[in-house]
Design a protein around this ligand. Structure first.
Ligand SMILES: Cc1cc2nc3c(=O)[nH]c(=O)nc-3n(C[C@H](O)[C@H](O)[C@H](O)COP(=O)(O)O)c2cc1C
Length: 189
């Protein structure tokens, strides 16, 4: 069975990112995918220290044993598809997602990265009704770099406006695109 890991970079339990993730996950589960959602704000994720301990023999672990990352690494490695979902904060994805991504340095292997060749999908939500003003393009560019670095396949990048709690479900275009992406993820799995 195909394993899908959804990374939620929003702190709001009733927020827009979470609503859209749930929409997506409903389809994934109904179609028999084995999906797991990591609500990053509910986890203990410290910042990367930049020590490169993880380059010494590539243990696929971090020297920091006092947070949740060493337990999370195997779950990332076993996923076939990884979904980055985040609100836009200050013209980029959230700091919580950035903390998590920084810690992926520990998954380097000799000559590559343990996530090389995986499938990826992306979901961003922002408050601004003007896509250019929202800053989402910075987030998209950054994630595209990451996926290229990992020689990954991009299944889709969906984004749209939803500011206050409850706005996402009113954005029918966005909800439809999220559900379409979920179906595409299932078909690719
Ligand atoms: C700290 C902070 C920074 C934000 N920065 C932006 C921004 O740069 N561009 C934008 O369009 N919306 C911005 N927003 C609005 C959020 O992206 C928007 O409220 C979104 O719905 C939050 O998603 P959530 O409900 O999943 O938490 C910001 C919100 C916060 C709290």
């Amino acid at each position: 069975m195909s394993k899908i890991l959804i990374l939620n970079g929003s702190a709001r339990r009733k927020g827009n990112t979470r609503y859209l993730i749930n929409q997506m996950n409903d389809i994934l589960e109904k179609k028999g995918m084995e999906s797991r959602i990591l609500h990053l704000h509910e986890l203990n994720i410290k910042h990367c220290r930049g020590c490169f301990w993880c380059y010494e023999g590539f243990p696929l672990r971090c020297v920091q044993d006092d947070d949740d990352m060493n337990e999370i690494y195997p779950k990332i490695i076993e996923a076939d598809t990884i979904i980055f979902a985040s609100p836009i904060y200050w013209f980029n994805y959230s700091g919580q997602l950035k903390l998590f991504i920084d810690r992926l340095v520990a998954l380097h292997v000799k000559g590559g990265h343990k996530l090389d060749g995986k499938r990826f999908a992306v979901l961003f939500v922002y408050g601004d009704t003007n896509v250019k003003e929202s800053g989402v393009q910075h987030a998209i560019n950054s994630i595209k770099h990451l996926i290229r670095y990992m020689k990954g396949e991009t299944l889709g990048i969906v984004h749209g406006t939803a500011n206050d709690i409850g706005d996402a479900e009113k954005n029918t275009r966005l909800v439809a695109e999220v559900r379409e992406l979920a179906n595409k993820i299932c078909n690719a799995s």
